[in-house]
Design a protein around this ligand. Structure first.
Ligand SMILES: Nc1ncnc2c1ncn2[C@@H]1O[C@H](COP(=O)(O)OP(=O)(O)OP(=O)(O)O)[C@@H](O)[C@H]1O
Ligand SMILES: [Mg+2]
Length: 249
């Protein structure tokens, strides 16, 4: 279970302290998925970095499995918005990076071939460096790194943003395979209402900066590709919150 209570995050800059998140509360049950949408700059990436245990510019409480966030103890698969690949390592070494930290005694990650095949990462890409890949290929490498880890918690920051529509849908299915097989507790940040409704059992809309929770939806369209009137109405409601007409919509 991921629990965030009264979280406020800030950045200290030359012109003073600016708030990125304000009094945010969030709860994702063990094995559940939560999708977060909100305007650019509202603090979504800041929230994921805090959940990943790599940022401490906050006040309030953040816990995973009833303990404070510790990447040394928990297996956290984090797909940052900029993919987070190390430029001086080959794609193969990048993909094995998180896994190697957890399994220093093993040579090859279990299921590597299958995951690489599912993500469309061929042999020819593995010896290249990240700068020699397209944005979409880098994004798939970042997904491979997180999925190979078989994490307890998966944090994905717009993980499919650089992919074309067809590849995006395929990668969403790869995510579901992993999620079903391992019941990994997941938080996904996305700009797309449709993606939030497909991947989030709960959908949370954040306000513009500093981000706070505007709406929490228990999503009956989770894992369903829908085109019904109710689905259109739900999309419109979420869009309403995003565009500041929440109460009316
Ligand atoms: N290192 C930093 N120093 C100062 N301000 C920062 C820093 N990183 C982010 N911010 C500010 O904090 C706010 C939240 O940033 P964040 O990256 O979390 O937004 P976001 O919701 O992920 O946006 P986007 O949808 O564009 O990715 C923004 O106003 C941003 O300018
Ligand atoms: Mg962001």
């Amino acid at each position: 279970m991921i629990r965030v209570s009264n979280l406020s995050a800030y950045y200290d800059t030359a012109t003073g302290r600016s708030m990125a998140l304000e009094d945010m509360n969030l709860c994702v049950p063990k094995g559940g998925t939560c999708a977060i949408i909100g305007p650019s700059g509202c603090g979504k990436s800041t929230l994921l970095r805090i959940l990943a245990g790599i940022a401490s510019n906050y006040e309030g409480e953040v816990s995973i499995a009833d303990a404070s966030v510790d990447p040394e103890v928990l297996s956290i698969g984090f797909i940052p918005q900029n993919y987070g690949l190390l430029p001086w390592k080959t794609v193969r070494d990048n993909i094995r990076l998180s896994w190697k930290v957890k399994h220093p005694e093993s040579l090859v990650p279990e299921g590597e071939e299958t995951i690489l095949a599912r993500l469309g990462i061929g042999e020819e890409l593995l010896e290249r460096f990240p700068r020699e890949l397209s944005g979409g290929q880098q994004q798939r490498a970042s997904l491979a790194r997180a999925f190979l880890l078989q994490p307890d918690v998966l944090l994905m920051d717009e993980p499919f943003s650089a992919l074309d529509a067809i590849t995006r849908e395929e990668m969403q299915e790869v995510f579901f395979e992993l999620w079903r097989a391992q019941a990994v507790t997941t938080v996904i940040v996305t700009h797309y209402v449709e993606e939030a409704l497909y991947l989030g059992q709960t959908v949370i809309v954040l306000s513009s900066a500093p981000g706070h929770v505007l709406s929490v939806t228990e999503n009956s369209f989770f894992a369903r590709r829908e085109d019904s009137g109710e689905y259109a109405a739900q999309k419109a409601r979420l869009r309403g919150w995003l565009t500041g007409k929440g109460a009316e919509a």
